[in-house]
Design a protein around this ligand. Structure first.
Ligand code: UDP
Ligand code: GLC
Length: 384
């Protein structure tokens, strides 16, 4: 089966890291078409995955843009669709990994008559999308042969917005558990943070990822240090400045480190005592939550969206209401009070997550679904 993957981003966000792991399984039979150049292209190349940058500049439409902005970008989208039509004739299936890839992929698939699969990494609701973009995404997704939702939460939001339940399957992100066990014991010393209790936050800097909630929680936890790993990937500079101002105003300078984007988060995650996920809006999936569990760390997550599906029963009580800094502080304190108990729960979660989110079984699920799409399309042909 030859697959044309499409993704709008040049940067390595969660949806792109998920795509990387899926594309690895089709290395010799796929190409990834990007609508923007950037570090994600280099990452794909490092893994010997064929990649083509299909557009010279990023499409300006955002999730919350109006239909007018959408129309004004047609001049850029039409040549892109033409290119995708051309390329897709050499592939069996178009796999759109982001909303703009869905728009381009859906229109191209109409002409090239290749089946379309949409990997839904978003909670399609008006919290993130303008009504016009939401309607467009649902209408086009409904034309695909298969929608792969990254969680039940994403699937439910899609169906509530008018998505067809019968074409929608939930497949979680997959991970290589061994990778998350690698430790680097000198990191704390390098950071000058020996003997501190470190809460790690691993996410791009963006208002809805809620780094400001952890900063606020620190004011109630005087002996806790926070380490923030991640950068503003999509132009959230105003938020970055706001975070630095907040650190100054709350006089947290000695207890906060911003470490920027790291290509491998594992050694830093391993160096933390506890990991906090603080998204203020429902997280569609939340890779960092699974990664923290795979590192064997006590993990506090915001109680909304995909997070509720990821944690095991014992970790449920560590979920805190989204956007609630006081509860977050209380939970950090509570976990520290019974540290041995917390470590036991975290180790149990590590074992369970290693099974549940193992990349080999996730990739197998995806392969079966794609094979089914091809078989439904050409019942007499054997799909390999
Ligand atoms: N990440 C990374 N480097 C960083 C910060 C984050 O590689 O400096 C990774 C993180 O480990 C996770 C992904 O980026 O795999 C973010 O995915 P998630 O689903 O948590 O959130 P998204 O940003 O996709 O909404
Ligand atoms: C998106 C979502 C995130 C999810 C990732 C991978 O970036 O925001 O919650 O974990 O895709 O599916």
């Amino acid at each position: 089966m030859k697959i044309l993957f499409l993704d709008q981003s040049g940067k390595s966000g969660g949806a792109e890291l998920c795509l990387l792991d899926i594309a690895k399984a089709y290395q010799k039979q796929c190409v990834v078409g990007l609508f923007e150049d950037g570090s994600f292209r280099s990452l794909l190349e490092e893994h010997q995955i064929p990649v083509q940058v299909l557009s010279r500049k990023p499409i300006q439409v955002r999730k919350d843009s109006s239909w007018r902005t959408g129309l004004s970008s047609l001049g850029q989208i039409i040549p892109l669709i033409a290119r995708v039509i051309e390329i897709s004739r050499h592939y069996d299936l178009i796999y759109a990994n982001t909303p703009k890839a869905l728009v381009v992929g859906a229109l191209a698939s109409l002409v090239s008559r290749r089946p379309l699969v949409y990997h839904l990494h978003d909670i399609l609701s008006t919290e993130h999308f303008s009504p016009a973009n939401l309607r467009l995404a649902v209408t086009l997704a409904n034309r695909s042969a298969l929608v792969i939702a990254n969680s039940q939460a994403s699937r439910s939001a899609f169906v509530a917005a008018g998505g067809r339940p019968e074409i929608t399957e939930v497949v979680y992100n997959g991970f290589q558990p061994d990778h998350y066990r690698i430790e680097n014991h000198s990191i704390r010393t390098e950071l000058g943070l020996e003997n501190r209790f470190i809460v790690g936050h691993f996410s791009r800097l963006s208002p809805w990822k809620g780094q400001h909630i952890l900063l606020e929680a620190l004011t109630h936890c005087p002996d806790v240090t926070a380490v923030f790993v991640g950068d503003a990937l999509f132009g959230e500079q105003v938020y970055v400045e706001q975070l630095h101002r907040q650190v100054e105003e709350l006089e947290l300078g000695d207890r906060v480190r911003f470490l920027g984007f790291q290509s491998d988060v594992v050694p830093l995650m391993q160096a933390c005592d506890l990991i906090a996920h603080t998204s203020t809006a429902a997280e569609p999936f939340g890779r960092v939550i699974v990664e923290a569990m795979l590192c064997g760390k006590p993990t506090i997550a915001a109680k909304a969206g995909g997070a509720l599906e990821l944690v095991n029963h014992a970790m449920n009580e560590w979920l805190v209401p989204a956007g609630d800094a006081t509860q977050l502080a209380k939970m950090i304190h509570q976990i520290r009070q019974d540290w041995q108990g917390a470590i036991a729960i975290a180790h149990q979660a590590q074992t369970q997550a290693s099974d549940r989110f193992h990349i080999s079984q996730i990739n197998q699920q995806i392969h079966q679904l794609l094979t089914q799409v091809m078989q439904d399309r050409c019942p007499l042909k054997q799909v390999v």
